[in-house]
Design a protein around this ligand. Sequence first.
Ligand SMILES: *[C@@H]1O[C@H](CO)[C@@H](O)[C@H](O)[C@H]1NC(C)=O
Ligand SMILES: *[C@@H]1O[C@H](CO)[C@@H](O)[C@H](O)[C@H]1NC(C)=O
Ligand SMILES: *[C@@H]1O[C@H](CO)[C@@H](O)[C@H](O)[C@H]1NC(C)=O
Ligand SMILES: *[C@@H]1O[C@H](CO)[C@@H](O)[C@H](O)[C@H]1NC(C)=O
Length: 490
Amino acid sequence: MRVTISPSALMAVFLCFAYTTTAFWRMPCRTRSAIARLDPLVSNGSISQHVHAIHGSGGFSDSASYEDLIAGSCTSCQVTQDKSAYWTPALYFQSSSGDFTLVEQVGGMLAYYLLYPNAGNTSLSAFPAGFQMIAGNTNYRNFSDYAVPDIQKSLWYQPPYNTQAFLEQAALGFNCLNYAKTPEGSLYRHFMPDKAYLDANCADGLRLELMFPSCWTGETFEVKDQKSHMAYPSEVMTGDCPSGFPIRLPSLFYETIWNTAAFIGQAGQFVLANGDPTGYGYHGDFMMGWDPAFLQDAVNTCTNPSGQIQDCPLFNIQNEDTVCNATLPAALETENVLASIPALPGNVPIVSGPAPASGATAGSPVTGAPPAPSSVGTQAAPVPTLSYSAGSSVASTDSYKPGGIFAVSIPTNAAGVAAAPSVSVTQAPVATPLSNTQSFFSTEYTTSGQNVLEVLWVEEIVTVTDPVTTTVMVPGRKRHLNRHVHQAVH
Ligand SMILES: *[C@@H]1O[C@H](CO)[C@@H](O)[C@H](O)[C@H]1NC(C)=O
Ligand SMILES: *[C@@H]1O[C@H](CO)[C@@H](O)[C@H](O)[C@H]1NC(C)=O
Ligand SMILES: *[C@@H]1O[C@H](CO)[C@@H](O)[C@H](O)[C@H]1NC(C)=O
Ligand SMILES: *[C@@H]1O[C@H](CO)[C@@H](O)[C@H](O)[C@H]1NC(C)=O
């Protein structure tokens, strides 16, 4: 008997397959479109308070609109159809003599589009035309009383963890990179390790991570704070949307790597461009710059669990070293944002917390004197230490729980040593039933499905020690992925 399969039947099979695995793509934006005090979402038409590392459309400017992004003649991201703009504060090193140097950004930026529909739904909405949002809060300088490290996600249903206030802070990650060791998990540490810790442990630098909220009111995105139209799902990246935010959009996740290791042995501190030496005030901005119909097609069809843009037939891919510059206002053309700067560009004050920063307004382009000695090297906020945590090994003892929770059983044998996080808490005590490190749970294992874990591992291919090999996957992880694909097909 001859069997014919209609295209629509094939599509149904494909979609089913797509959403039982982790559908996503990883947008590489290897070059910056600007490193400048630009931020049309916060300071439209004027110079922004602090310096951002900016990627994406050449139509970006201090007053860019969606139409400007779309009309941009180029993009610094590798998919030519992506004219979005992505930006985060830059990272600076302040030497003991007080001057600032931009830390080298390695490998540009990766923007993950993780395609998690709401539970019980097989489709996902693309970002609508003109969509924009901000994640994180530039003025934050403490982690409240939340446990360090995170309590396991299965306990996030209770206060204070079932709040947007917590989820917003749990959406920040500071990943200590040491390619000789098993990688840390994503979003494991929500604050910037101090200089001594970075020197001692992070031989390959620091990866800044930012998860955006993915639950939308569905009503508008023209909100003054660029935030109140969006909420995090219950597990930051995965989980359920809160009431009032029914529409699930792609879950956007930014990664940038900064070569903090270049300053090993030099006295000083790292500080984000917004005057934040703690990391709690890390944040990021997104302006959608796709054709919305095209993006919806991509969301529906670019579901290969490899996450590689090359596996999406819709994408037009350009060289990763494509130069595409945004437009700078004349006042910023000569602003020194690179090295030997006497103050953070914009004269942004360093606020170490724990009280919030005031959101000081933008200063003029830097010409000023060095900052007062009192602001040099101060670290008033108690910064917790969090020992190196290997995020590897999906131990066979891991159990999947409904709702997307992986509870990791910590192995007690020698082979499990690397997987068992060794945790030292010097900030908030763990105020939950999980005060016992034996039941500690690595956040990176908590997803809506086992494959999500693989997404987070695959990202480790950003072996930026050698940018030429960035697309080489770690064989073991690829094997995992293949296995999951196999499972999903059956
Ligand atoms: C900034 O202002 C300009 C001019 O009013 C407007 O066209 C543009 O859409 C605004 N951009 C943002 C991101 O709000
Ligand atoms: C499923 O998601 C799609 C896309 O966001 C949405 O249009 C639809 O209303 C959702 N269905 C249900 C039952 O929530
Ligand atoms: C783009 O900007 C970089 C950094 O400012 C500059 O070196 C380069 O010349 C610019 N390229 C073009 C084509 O404008
Ligand atoms: C911690 O940060 C929050 C949010 O900025 C602020 O309301 C609170 O006062 C801060 N805590 C302390 C002890 O300053």
